[in-house]
Design a protein around this ligand. Structure first.
Ligand SMILES: [Zn+2]
Ligand SMILES: [Zn+2]
Length: 249
């Protein structure tokens, strides 16, 4: 076990931590919340889903049913009236800077969770910890960060972790991914692929490909594109930890 504050002894340690932790968060969002829970393109084994659920609890306070409902509603109304977060309707600046606000507004609307949030986990863990005590996880994370990085750097590291998903997912994917980039598919919404090499956001960069075939667990569509989330899924399936229900050819 590291000593109190010992991970703040070199400038690169907190930075490396934030990058690795952020990548784990992005991967948990794309594999568990997005590809498995929302669109059912893959079935994750309990042992693969559990660490992702716990990590999302610690690092984001996201409630699975809420996220799934908001995102399914986005697909149902993409870039039309009713889309929870369309840069076409609300302006790109608003979505990038206030993505979390639009998310909260949607999941609080009456009926949205019942209509769009069906089929998400309802086990003991979900009912007693992850949903009702979703805010406790991020406080545990704060304590861990303070222990590892001390009273000054610890809260800073935690602050970056807390704005990570509101910025990268709610802001960049939902905003930029519907405004800037290239299109492989002429779908009805404004979705764009932000970059053909999709590592940083776990594959979510290929957002136009995703809108063209939402059920597919594989976001890559062209030979020159790379979807790291799909690579992880193939690795998990080799070990029997993921079962691909559908993937585009
Ligand atoms: Zn979208
Ligand atoms: Zn989706």
């Amino acid at each position: 076990m590291p000593d109190f504050g010992s991970w703040a002894t070199a400038w690169w340690k907190p930075i490396l931590f934030v990058i690795v932790a952020g990548h784990l968060t992005n991967v948990s969002v794309t594999l568990f919340l997005h590809r498995a829970q929302t669109h059912r393109g893959v079935k994750l084994h309990f042992l693969a889903a559990l660490p992702m659920r716990l990590w999302l609890w610690l690092s984001t306070a996201i409630v699975t049913k809420e996220w799934v409902a908001c995102h399914r509603k986005h697909h149902a109304f993409a870039d039309r009236e009713g889309d929870p977060h369309s840069p076409l309707m609300e302006g790109l600046r608003n979505i990038v800077l206030k993505g979390a606000f639009y998310y909260r507004k949607t999941v609080r609307q009456p009926g949205v969770l019942d209509k769009y949030g069906k089929g998400t986990p309802n086990d003991w863990l979900e009912r007693h910890l992850l949903s009702p005590l979703n805010w406790v996880g991020i406080l545990v994370m704060l304590a861990v960060d303070i222990y590892l990085f001390g009273f000054f750097v610890g809260p800073l590291v935690w602050g970056v972790q807390m704005i990570w998903i509101p910025f990268w997912a709610a802001g960049i994917v939902n905003g930029v991914g519907h405004a800037v980039g290239y299109r492989n598919f002429d779908v009805k919404d404004e979705s764009r692929n932000i970059s053909p090499i999709a590592i940083w956001l776990g594959g979510e960069e290929l957002h136009n490909n995703h809108h063209a075939d939402p059920h597919s667990a594989k976001f890559k569509a062209k030979w020159y594109e790379f979807d790291i989330g799909w690579m992880y899924l193939r690795l998990l399936s080799i070990f029997g930890l993921a079962e691909i229900s559908y993937a585009r050819r």
